[in-house]
Design a protein around this ligand. Sequence first.
Ligand code: SAT
Ligand code: MN
Length: 623
Amino acid sequence: MEVKMVKNLNAAPNHPKMVAWVNEWAELCEPDAIYWCDGTNTEYYGLCDEMVKSGLATRLNSKLRPDCVLFRSDPSDVARVEARTFIASEKEEDAGPTNHWIDPKKLKAEMTALYKGCMHGRTMYVIPFSMGPVGSNIAKIGVEITDSAYVVINMHVMTRVGNAVLDVLGTDGEFVPCIHSVGKPLENGATDNGVWPCAPMEHKYIAQFPETREIWSYGSGYGGNAILGKKCLALRIASVQARDEGWMAEHMLILKLTNPEGKVKYVTGAFPSACGKTNLAMLIPTIPGWKVETIGDDISWMKFGKDGRLYAINPENGFFGVAPGTSMKSNKNAMLSCAKETIFTNCALRPNGDIWWEGMDVELEPGEKLIDWKGNVWEMGKTDAEGKPVKAAHPNARFTARACNCPVIADCPAIAPNWEDPAGVPIDAFLFGGRRPSTLPLVYQALSWEHGVMIGSSVGSEVTAAALDVKAGTVRRDPFAMLPFCGYNMGDYWKHWIEIGKVAGAKLPKIFCVNWFRKTADGKWLWPGFGDNSRVLKWVFERCDGEGKAVETPIGYMPTVDAIDRTGIENKVTEADMKELLSFDREGWLKELEMIKEHYKKFDRLPKELTAQLEALEARLAK
Ligand code: SAT
Ligand code: MN
């Protein structure tokens, strides 16, 4: 189909199906121009310049933050919107009890009406991208259409964009089609005038069509709502593909662990939000001679190799990290990664042209006046009309940093040199964890694969009284940390995990549950966390080798009190602390058992293997 009136700013590729698809969308959205992205630095910096000129972005001080830009979003568009995120499967029960379902025909009709003419006055960018090293047999290709240059530069950092991807596709290769519009047409030569474009909440849609493997997003320009390679493709759509094709798409970090003898193991981990997942992925060990390097901080795609082991790639190419709380102390590697060539969103701006956020551990000058994330003048101690403290950076302010800028320096090894190996890395262990002030020990190992699947299915964090309308002590379950990211029925997803365990010849990773957040009865942390978590990783490493002292308890294998290396922290974590951290709390577990039973009742397609695991746990606890 020929598109009239539309300027084509870059040559379209020789892929008739893709070109026809783009033209069809151009006819509907009516952009001023179509721009085929080539993924070059020239393109990236050209778009940054344009956005600085239009007032949408601020360039940071090139001496303090070379090649960095800052964006301030609309205050209504600051995070993923789960209430507007839909799994539009043919049948409602295939979306399952944890997803918002909408009939795909109805949704497409509604969204098509919104897309009609939505790109007036804007350029339609077409971004061919690879999730995973280009050409890896675990990688997948997507093409995102968007009218946001901000999305283009974020996709540049977070995925692999450009002509190499088109080369892999050839003239008829498969890709996941992803449509995105900020939903703010510009009529009669109007401009955004430096204001972040987006649509009102009721017009925002983040839609996944699992059967046809399509993504349609409308109305938001922020994060996972708009950077469609990340949660939409790499988790929601990929989880469906993984189920159908016998592999795994997981919301997991991947790290490389090297012992003093140079022996290597690879570990992945799933944690609900606010459990220190990024910090764990970038941990600096406190035990001499041990090394932790990052392969990925958020998503892991795993396929069986010929040897029966699961090989993982990080499908991403950068870090989309939460800025507040990130400091040289909490996460040196993240801080160094965003020293240059970084996109900052909703952080505060200092008069010297650098960025700032709460918990950055950077002192401000006395009386220093910043520009906060809303564009207002801000000073330390600022309060609103009701006397409540005003934050300089939004709590979900982000940095989009290139993984290749994660340093590899002697005292702080961070990104693993082989992080882009197209074959992936063989996984030895899976970790699951949440914030559990009581009951769950510092670490324990599953008795079997299926027992491990039960642990993953009941991951959760305890909520405090302050949070929403829930009772203190309630555990908010986030199975496999996939609650908002599983593209199909959660019960079927658990079944898929069970099936993975039955693959002939599979050499499966060992499964562990960790809990860095145990507290004493009077509310003090029992475990220092951060770099000292390497001590737990050491035990995991040893267990994978069939070593590491452990006792079998009703809940799984637990380290003996002396099995966790405390060299150098004996005063901080005493033997008595260790006993408490590694105690088996029968009373607590009897309550936990009842809570898991309640949790399982919410799932219509609970696999029988998990019912059996729950019964087996009950029997062991009764002994
Ligand atoms: O906005 S993202 O989905 O990319 C990050 C997150 O919310 O976990
Ligand atoms: Mn995540």
